[in-house]
Design a protein around this ligand. Structure first.
Ligand code: 9MR
Length: 390
């Protein structure tokens, strides 16, 4: 029986219906605006569920007008430290960040995040080791033999995973290896194209050798529901497990948009990977919306976004295998969305100024309702009315 399901049932009606209390949550002295260190997502979560956030830096931030968020924005760092129990380096462990050349590893930014997480009692989700995107030119355009490429990947995984052995709890080993039809990306992905699909199993084996304790994940977008892409992972994972490959988890990124809807079969999809013995995780949740010409979200868009966040969180809370719930961005200011989809945005639960949005309140109340005795506690929790009123 799934413990968290029981907790949710015990909590009774949906979280939103339970809130009627009023009151004010004071900001912690020295903390980020709107943050009370005792009143965070991390503190609201039931035991056994990590609440994660992406630590912003690298990637699209490198071309932005603002300085590197993770290393220089103190209120943002304070938010990361207090709201989350898990951090994912948004870009700082990707190949283009870690590997300026074949000979070099540039670990400074990744080390900063791992050290920060340790200081704050957080776990780290490593992201990522085998991907078709954000690879350095020296790799993509190099003229390597198959044997050399294999050595390069082996050395990378052994060195990176080995460096953080015991300090990175989850590794998203293989990222986005299937296309929407469920075919391996065997032209885009240099490793699969040059070395064949068996390199996927090797990557998991090498990662496991370098850190036997880390839980090793697949990770992808558009695999939230029961669809062709998710089916491809389900079939591959079964084959790999039958061969004794140390696959330990399935990550559903969950980049959603209010204009697209969400797939109601998410709980069934999580459950089937759980039944294979895998840990499951929501790894990159955000919910974007169309905001042409800098428009503000309408009440209908906000309501829809609230519903999407609540649905994904509830799906994870109700599934015992779902051990981690990560938000891809802890401020709209740093979200990848407007950069990739001009005219879209407002995708995270925090404003540009790190103020909590309606979606934050929904996440917090949904977490509180999943606590043992959650209904009673949630009913009187002052944070909800306060942040709804803000
Ligand atoms: O958020 C990341 C952004 O800063 C980068 O510029 C972008 C480059 O591809 O990658 C973003 O993160 C992606 C993640 O690593 C994998 N899943 C999709 C995410 C959003 O594009």
């Amino acid at each position: 029986m799934r413990t968290r399901t029981l907790r949710m049932l015990a909590a009774g009606a949906t979280a939103l219906a339970l809130f009627s209390g009023a009151g004010a949550a004071a900001a912690a002295p020295g903390g980020a605006p709107g943050i009370d260190a005792k009143d965070t997502l991390a503190r609201s979560a039931p035991k056994g569920l990590h609440i994660g956030g992406a630590a912003a830096g690298g990637g699209h931030h490198a071309d932005a007008e603002y300085p590197d968020p993770f290393t220089s924005d103190e209120p943002y760092r304070s938010l990361l430290a207090t709201e989350f129990t898990s951090l994912t380096p948004e870009n700082q462990m990707k190949w283009d960040h870690l590997r300026p050349s074949r000979e070099e590893f540039a670990f400074a930014d990744a080390d900063d995040i791992v050290n920060f997480a340790e200081e704050n009692g957080q776990v780290v989700r490593g992201h990522t080791l085998l991907w078709h995107s954000q690879n350095p030119a020296w790799l993509e355009e190099g003229d390597f033999s198959d044997a050399e490429l294999r050595d390069i990947l082996h050395e990378h995984i052994t060195t990176v995973v080995g460096r953080y052995a015991g300090r990175v709890a989850h590794w998203e080993v293989a990222n986005e290896i299937f296309d929407e039809s469920g075919n391996l990306r065997d032209t885009e992905n240099i490793w699969i194209r040059e070395l064949g699909p068996s390199i996927i199993a090797d990557a998991f084996r090498w990662a496991h050798e370098a850190d036997p304790e880390a839980v090793l994940f697949f990770n992808d977008y558009n695999v939230e529901g029961l669809n062709a892409k998710a089916d491809a992972y389900y079939a591959l994972v079964q084959d790999l497990l039958a061969d004794g490959v140390p696959v330990g988890g399935m990550g559903l990124q969950s980049h959603l948009g209010t204009m697209y809807g969400y797939d109601p079969s998410l709980p069934d999809n999580l459950a089937r990977f759980g039944e294979l013995g895998l840990e499951t995780a929501i790894t990159e949740l955000d919910v974007r919306m169309e905001l042409p010409d800098g428009a503000e979200p309408t009440p209908a868009q906000v309501a829809k976004q609230d519903e999407f966040f609540e649905f994904v969180l509830t799906s994870c809370l109700e599934e015992a295998s779902c051990g981690s719930f990560t938000l891809w961005g802890a401020s709209d200011r740093y979200s990848w969305v407007p950069n990739t989809f001009p005219g879209q945005g407002s995708a995270t639960p925090w404003t540009d100024d790190l103020e909590r949005k309606s979606a934050y309140c929904v996440l917090q109340s949904t977490l509180l309702s999943a606590q043992p005795g959650g209904a009673a506690r949630a009913q009187h929790h002052p944070a909800y009315a306060d942040c709804r009123a803000a």
